[in-house]
Design a protein around this ligand. Sequence first.
Ligand code: PGA
Length: 237
Amino acid sequence: MKLVCCNFKMNLLKDDIENYIKVIHNYVDKNNLIIFPSIPYINDFKQNGFIVGSQNISFNEFGSITGDTSILQLKEMGITYTIIGHSERRKYFNDDIYIKEKINLALNNNVKVILCIGESIKTNEQETYAILKKEIDDAFLNNTNLIKNDNLIIAYEPIWSIGSGLIPDNTCLTNTINYIKDYVFNTYKVKIKVLYGGSVNISNIDSLQEINEIDGYLIGSFSLKPENILDLSTRIM
Ligand code: PGA
C-alpha cells in the first residue's frame, strides 16, 4: 500500500484529536499511515500506536531560538518522520535557507525526512524541472552520504495545487515524478520515493492511483476529517 501522510497544519483542537483517534483507530494499515499533527497533539497519536511526524524542526539542536522546537525534543515525543521545506514554511519562515541544516539534523538523529519541493505557478515542463532541480540540489549537494536507506522521501507539491482543488494532469504528473526520480538517481545515485501532495481528495484519488510512479500522498485539508482518511484508504489498497 502507498504511504498516506496527513498534514494537519495548524488545525484541530483537543476534542477533534480525540474524535479523530476514535474514528481512525480501525484504519486498515497503520504501518502506512503517518500523522503530522500540531506539536501539542503528537503524543496523543503516538500513545495510540500511530506513526507520527513533525511538520517542521528547528535548524539547531538547542539554543536561544524562541518559539522553535528541537529535533531532540521532538524525538523524545516519538516522531519517526519530519516534513522539511513545506512551501508554507518556505513562504512565511524563510525556510529555503535552512533546508540543508534541517535535513542533516533529522538524518543524524535517525528521523526520516519528507522533503517538499514544487513550483509556485503552473508553467511548462522545462521551467518546472529547473525549479525542482534547484530545490533538490539545495538539499542534496554535498549531503550524499546521508541520503540512503530510504531515510529521505521527496514530496512533489506544486504550490499552485495546494488548497486550490487543482491538480496536474496524469501525463504531466507522471513525467515530473519520473524527472525527479531520474535526476536524483543520475546525480546522487539514490533511488528515492516520491509522494504527491496538493489537493488530494476522494474525487481525484482513483485517477492518481493510476500513476504507478507515485509512492504515496501528502494530504492537507482533506485529512482533517478522519472519515475522509478511512474512505481514502479503501481506494488505495
Ligand atoms: P492540501 O495541502 O491537500 O490542502 O492541498 C497539501 C499540503 O500542503 O501538504
